[in-house]
Write a protein that binds this ligand. Sequence first.
Ligand code: PHE
Length: 344
Amino acid sequence: MLETLEAQYADALEALAASDSSEALDAWQSAWLGRRGAITASLRATGQLPQETRAAWGKRANEIRQLLTHAQEEREEAICAAELLLDLESGFIDVTLPGRQRQAGGLHPSTRILREFARIWGEMGFQVYRSRDVETDEYNFQYLNFPPHHPARDMQDSFYTTTPGVILRTHTSPGQIRAMRDLGAGGTRPLRVILPGMCYRYEQITARSEVQFHQVEGLAVGRGIRMTDLKGTVAAFARRMFGENARVRYRASYFPFTEPSMEIDVECFLCDGAGCRVCKYSGWLEIAGSGMVHPTVLRNGGYDPSEWSGFAFGMGPERSAMLRHDIHDIRYFWGNDLRFLEQF
Ligand code: PHE
């Protein structure tokens, strides 16, 4: 009985060896192993055989099917390799075709500059603290020493939500309070953080102002922190950010949450201070608002202002990116125009 099977096996192997193309292999597959194939038929026949031979027949037929499947795979590999070689030899594969380009994504210019800020401040010992975009009027204004209805609020027109007292933060300064309360351990621990994040202001959109933009807030709290610490720290940052020779200057200013307050300018790195269109022929570029943390703000953060002091600053990374890359319109940042984004 089993001889029939063995003969079939031998024939199948012979036919396989004679198949020398993908098409021939397909034909072999359906003739022997396919749904109507000879081996498949032999396997199906098992059920009709007399009891004594059934088991041996079924077992061998299965083995043969497996052996043939394996042999077919090997044959297929050999044929593929041969066909590829043929293509190469006949010049069917054009090796001069340009390769397929990999689409590599780039980082948004704001992301890049934010990472650079974080790296530089990180080297100087400032850890990143993430605060929230949706704030309360208390954190955004009151704890920062803006009394209700105080005209200083007009400096930062807000987006309100339908929930009374809940607004989108107009600056990253409310994060100062959150960082002090969160990390200050009840006003017992010194602090050195930067707070990067998106801010929102209800303003006319122009080439120079958007309704959303990033800020990087900085805050240092400790015993005996002085104005000179602020100046030295900012000057060190400017050298790392804008180059070894970067010079900074300070102008008296006003913010409710710092006292004294000052605006920080860096010498225009495009004209080296000689005066150009970008610095509006002044030789200087404004890079930050800053000051010594107001005693009321320290108190609201849980610190005793008779023992603790601190400095704070707020920088605009989009401004820096605009200066660095000579971008003339801030609206490009959120316009999602690929012609702009692809340049980074
Ligand atoms: N929050 C201020 C602004 O948005 C900037 C600032 C931050 C000033 C910290 C002083 C200290 O204009």
